[in-house]
Design a protein around this ligand. Sequence first.
Ligand code: SAH
Ligand code: SF4
Ligand code: F3S
Length: 443
Amino acid sequence: MEKKYYIVTYGCQMNVHESEKLAGILRSRGYTEAACEEGADIVVFNTCCIRENAENHAYGNIGALKKRKKADRGFLIAVGGCMTQQPGAAEKLRKKFPFVDIVFGTHNLEEFGALLDQKAGQKKAVVSIPEKEGPVREEDISYRTSYPNAWVNIMYGCNNFCSYCIVPYVRGRERSRAPEAVVSEAWKLLDEGYKEITLLGQNVNSYGNDAGGQCSFPQLLHKICEKEGKYRLRFMTSNPKDFGEELVEAIAAHEQVCKLIHLPVQAGSDRILRLMNRKYTAEEYLKKVEMLRRAVPGCQLSTDIMVGFPTETEEDFQATLDLVKAADFSAAFTFVYSRRSGTAAAAMEGQIPEEVQKERIMRLVELVNAQTREKSLSYRGKTVEILCEDYDEKKNLYLGRDEYGRMGYFASGRSRIGEFVKIKVSETSGVSLAGELITEEGE
Ligand code: SAH
Ligand code: SF4
Ligand code: F3S
């Protein structure tokens, strides 16, 4: 009988993309995807450790499989990703869940197939967490799950060591893929009919620095956009400290580059930004925003913001609220600071009590939601172009996003997935739009 896999993914888009790589490895070994965990012969957890609750989720879900594992010895459980890559994490996991069969890290994800083969030949668990990252390995990604969107890694790792962040510890130093490899992967995807490509890196602005800087990130964007045709190009993430004129020019120059720029600010207080090791001030951030808005009229901004960083006072928090108002974000991902063992901030005095963090995040979310709602309202009656991505069975509606990442729902008599369509917006809710499809002539 054919074997089935189920992958549970936590964390960022990088992890979502890496789960596609894991799925490709499993499929090359004859596995097919199960509709749910219960129907799978192997469950793979691709974990995240950016915040404590991401780890708690994974722990809870792995623990829930204990009973099944006891009853069915042939059933396999594998755990990989950022959580397991932390020093000591594999041991902790093995102690808590001795029934886990395979433990792997971020640095050896490509070797998952070999670890699976090894497990087939032995009873005891396979645990393999390389301490250090290797050089970039060019892989042929055979399987993707997100048509018409596709992710393309342009670099791995991070050198920035923002004081709160675990990523540099679990993803290693920056390693850029060769520009030719990135361009050819992107063009191949477009030839295959993908309509939106998102370039991935923890700080895309330092792309190429490790390779002598022969091709910078803006140059990479120019190269990809040499390909003609209708498609969208996005990228994330851009660290404000390195966000410069050259990149703004590249954004402005190409119709294909979506005019929604994700520029995580984290905080509005210069003292906190300094403690975070972000290397910009609130004023510098806002100047960059101004430069972007001048050069790219109509562009929109999204961001990440954190509250409750060690020593954050009410005044510091107010500075964050002020910045949110001044920058006029279209969307913001908001987080409560989570202490990550091994980072510089974890050792700082003045950790903020949970009640204070909770009260601040509520105020921040309220402000952010109000701004998002207002932006949504301005869409009423307008015609927007949506790249249709999916069908919602419950609502019996197709859905997709506009250039600015806003979700739009509409009805259609046939599948529109993978098509650019225009809808006239009749309703708006907090973050999404609904409207009627404007049928093209001749249809
Ligand atoms: N490389 C990206 C961020 C990746 S992590 C960048 O530099 O912008 C995504 C977001 O998670 C961060 O922007 C930050 O807001 C949040 N984050 C990171 N570490 C965190 C922590 N310890 N606690 C809470 N949020 C955190
Ligand atoms: Fe973390 Fe900072 Fe690197 Fe982003 S740039 S991954 S926040 S260390
Ligand atoms: Fe992403 Fe989480 Fe790792 S945010 S890089 S999966 S720690």
